[in-house]
Write a protein that binds this ligand. Structure first.
Ligand code: BGC
Length: 456
C-alpha cells in the first residue's frame, strides 16, 4: 500500500509519532462521549438523578464542546495549536477526576460541562496541528488518525463499560480512567514542536525552518517555507471570513459540519441497541450485536486512512454519504413493514453496519480532514472553530431530540428525514466540493484567496 510505504519512510516516522500523540485528543473525544451511556446505568441507582439531570449528563458535555470549540478558535492562533492542546489535556484530567469524584448529579453535570471544553477544543485543534505538520502526500491518512482515535475511543468506552460492569464504584472508574490519556496528551504535547505554519504566522521563521527540518527531507524545506511565508504575511480580522473566496469555503465547512450530524450518526451509534431491540431482540443480544457496529466503524476508518490520499477526499465523501442514505432508506422501509420485521429481522443490523461503514469512509474522517485543509492560514483557526461549533451544536440538537422525533414522526420517518438531509448534502458536495488530495495547504489557499481578490 502506498500510504503504508510512505508513512514509515525517513522523516515521516517522526510525523507518525507527532500525529499519534496529538490524536490522543481524539481518543478522549470518543471515550468521553461514548462512556456515559453505559455509565448511566450505574450512576442512576447511586446518585438518583431526575430525568432531566440524566439527560444533562450527556448534553452538558456537548454544550461545553460548543463553548470549547468557540474559545479555541482564538487560542489556537494567540497561544498556539500546541499550547491549546496542552491546556485541553489538563482539562481532560481535571474533568475526568471531578466526574469520578462527583457526589451529586449537579456536580457531575458541571464536571461533564468542563470536560466538554477540552473535547470541543481538541476536536479541531488536533487535526489542524497534524495537517500543518504532515507532508501533502500522506496528509489525508495521518490527519485521519484523529478520526481513528475517536472511533477507537468510542469502542474502548464500550469495553470499559462491559469490563467494569460488576465492579464496586464502577461508574467512577469508567469516568475517572480518562485522566490517564488526558495526562499523556498534556505531557506528550509539551514535548512536541510548534506547528511550522503557526510559527511562520508569528514571524518566527528560523524556528519554523527548524521544525520543517525535522519533518521534511532537506531539499524540501526551503521551498515549503517560502510558500508558507508568503501566506503568513497576510494579516486578518474576523471580517476576512466573508471575503468572496473564503466565504465559499466557510459555507462548505459549515455544510459538511451540519451534514455530518444531521445524517444521524450519533443516534445510530448510541441508540444502536435500542434500535435493535425494536426488532424483537433481547437486551443482551441487542448490546452484543451493537458491538459489531463499533468494530465496523474502526475497521472502515482504517480503510479510509489507507485510501484517502490515493482515491481523494471528494469521491470518498460522495460515495460514503450515498451509502449512508441507502442504508437509512432501507432501515426506514424495514421499520415500516411488519413482514420484513418478521421474516428478515437481521436486516436492521445489516443496515446499521452498512451505514456506519459508509460514514467511516466518508463524512466521519473527511469532514475533520477537509476543514483543516480548505481554509487559508490567516483565517484557519477562526473558520475551523466556526465549523466545529456548528458540528457540536447540531450534535446536541440531534441527540437531544431523537426520541422526541421518533415519537412525533415515527422511527421510519426519522430515518427517512436523515436520508433526506443526506441527499441534500450529496447534491451540495457534487456541485461545490474541491479536491484537496496531494496539494499543499498553500496551493489550496492560493486558489481561495485569488478568488477573494478577484484574480481568477
Ligand atoms: C463525529 C462524531 C461521531 C464520530 C463517530 C466523528 O467524526 O464528529 O460526532 O460520534 O465521528 O464515528
Amino acid at each position: 500500500m502506498d500510504f503504508l510505504r510512505e508513512v514509515f519512510k525517513g522523516s515521516n516516522r517522526f510525523i507518525l509519532r507527532l500525529a499519534l500523540i496529538a490524536a490522543l485528543g481524539g481518543l478522549l473525544f470518543g471515550y468521553d462521549t461514548g462512556v456515559i451511556s453505559g455509565a448511566l446505568l450505574y450512576i442512576e441507582p447511586d446518585l438518583h438523578p431526575s430525568g432531566f439531570e440524566a439527560q444533562a449528563f450527556v448534553g452538558a458535555l456537548l454544550v461545553g464542546a460548543v463553548i470549547g470549540a468557540a474559545m479555541s478558535g482564538w487560542s489556537a492562533d494567540a497561544l498556539s495549536r500546541r499550547r491549546t492542546m496542552i491546556i485541553a489535556g489538563a482539562i481532560y484530567v481535571v474533568g475526568a477526576l471531578a466526574s469520578a469524584a462527583s457526589q451529586s448529579p449537579w456536580e457531575l453535570i458541571w464536571a461533564r460541562f468542563v470536560l466538554g471544553f477540552a473535547v470541543g477544543a481538541a476536536s479541531f485543534v488536533a487535526p489542524m496541528y497534524i495537517s500543518e505538520l504532515a507532508p501533502k502526500r500522506i496528509r489525508g491518512g495521518v490527519t485521519s488518525f484523529n478520526q481513528l482515535m475517536i472511533v477507537s475511543g468510542i469502542f474502548a468506552s464500550y469495553i470499559v463499560n462491559w469490563a467494569f460492569g460488576g465492579a464496586a464504584g464502577n461508574w467512577r472508574w469508567m469516568l475517572g480512567l480518562a485522566a490517564i490519556p488526558g495526562a499523556a496528551l498534556a505531557i506528550g504535547m509539551y514535548f512536541q514542536p510548534f506547528s511550522p505554519r503557526w510559527l511562520a504566522s508569528k514571524g518566527r521563521e528560523e524556528e519554523a525552518r527548524e521544525v520543517l527540518g525535522m519533518v521534511r527531507d532537506e531539499d524540501e524545506v526551503e521551498e515549503e517555507l517560502s510558500e508558507i511565508d508568503e501566506e503568513a504575511q497576510i494579516d486578518s480580522t474576523w471580517r476576512d471570513l466573508f471575503a468572496p473566496g473564503v466565504r465559499a469555503m466557510v459555507v462548505i465547512g459549515l455544510v459538511m459540519a451540519i451534514a455530518q450530524q444531521l445524517i444521524g450518526v450519533n443516534t445510530v451509534i448510541y441508540y444502536a441497541p435500542t434500535i435493535l431491540k425494536l426488532t424483537g431482540l433481547s437486551t443482551t443480544s441487542a448490546i452484543t450485536q451493537a458491538l459489531s457496529v463499533g468494530i465496523t466503524n474502526v475497521i472502515f476508518t482504517v480503510v479510509a486512512i489507507l485510501i484517502l490520499d490515493k482515491v481523494g477526499r471528494r469521491p470518498l465523501l460522495i460515495v460514503g454519504t450515498i451509502g449512508c442514505v441507502i442504508a437509512l432508506v432501507v432501515l426506514g422501509i424495514f421499520f415500516a413493514s411488519s413482514t420484513l420485521k418478521q421474516d428478515f429481522s437481521g436486516l436492521a443490523l445489516v443496515c446499521l453496519i452498512v451505514y456506519i461503514a459508509a460514514f467511516a469512509v466518508g463524512l466521519g474522517p473527511v469532514f475533520w480532514l477537509m476543514i483543516s485543509e480548505i481554509f487559508p492560514l490567516h483565517v484557519r483557526s477562526a473558520a475551523m472553530s466556526l465549523s466545529t461549533v456548528a458540528n457540536w451544536a447540531t450534535n446536541f440538537l440531534v441527540s437531544t431530540f431523537f426520541l422526541t422525533l421518533t415519537g412525533a414522526i415515527s422511527v421510519e420517518g426519522t430515518f427517512w428525514l436523515y436520508a433526506g438531509f443526506g441527499v441534500a448534502a450529496v447534491i451540495f458536495f457534487v456541485l461545490k466540493l474541491p479536491e484537496t488530495k496531494n496539494r499543499s495547504l498553500e496551493e489550496i489557499s492560493e486558489e481561495v484567496t485569488d478568488e477573494a481578490v478577484g484574480t481568477t
